[in-house]
Design a protein. Structure first.
Length: 149
């Protein structure tokens, strides 16, 4: 059965497809080497089912794996609809420890950037103090010359 009454509301690429086809989506899961595995899932199905299937296929531990979509953590209870995933979208599967290291590195970089800003301000302040000290020293030298005369 074709979806006719809704066809104007659907994107062009989905007009004329059956209801079952609209309710399903093909998603990719990429590992760290860029190898992709494709899954066809219902848009309303929690992604935990896909995540467990991927981990079983790759012989990796589910609880030791983090899934990211557009750089954000994917919760097992979330669905493709909730994440507004589109046909062919992909998730990254990475070891949890590596993700923890990435987050730690992000924190270090953020801290570095804050320190860098403070260092730039300190350098500007030091330059202003150096100029003020030079000005005062020159003024003192002039006063000493006046006192000698």
């Amino acid at each position: 059965m074709l979806i006719q009454s809704m066809s104007n509301d659907l994107p062009e690429s989905m007009q004329g497809v059956t209801g079952d086809q609209v309710a399903r989506i093909t998603l990719k899961v990429r590992d760290m080497d860029g190898i992709e595995v494709r899954y066809r899932v219902k848009r309303s199905t929690p992604l935990k089912k896909l995540m467990i299937a991927y981990c079983n296929r790759q012989s990796i531990v589910f609880n030791a794996t983090v899934f990211l979509f557009n750089g954000a953590h994917v919760q097992a209870c979330q669905t493709p609809d909730e994440l507004q995933m589109e046909e062919g979208d992909g998730m990254d599967a990475i070891p949890r420890r590596l993700e923890e290291l990435r987050l730690y590195l992000d924190q270090l970089i953020a801290g570095y950037l804050v320190l860098k800003e403070k260092l730039i301000k300190l350098r500007k302040d030091a330059e202003e103090l150096r100029k003020e000290l030079t000005r005062l020293t020159q003024k003192q030298i002039r006063l000493q010359k006046i006192q000698r005369n």
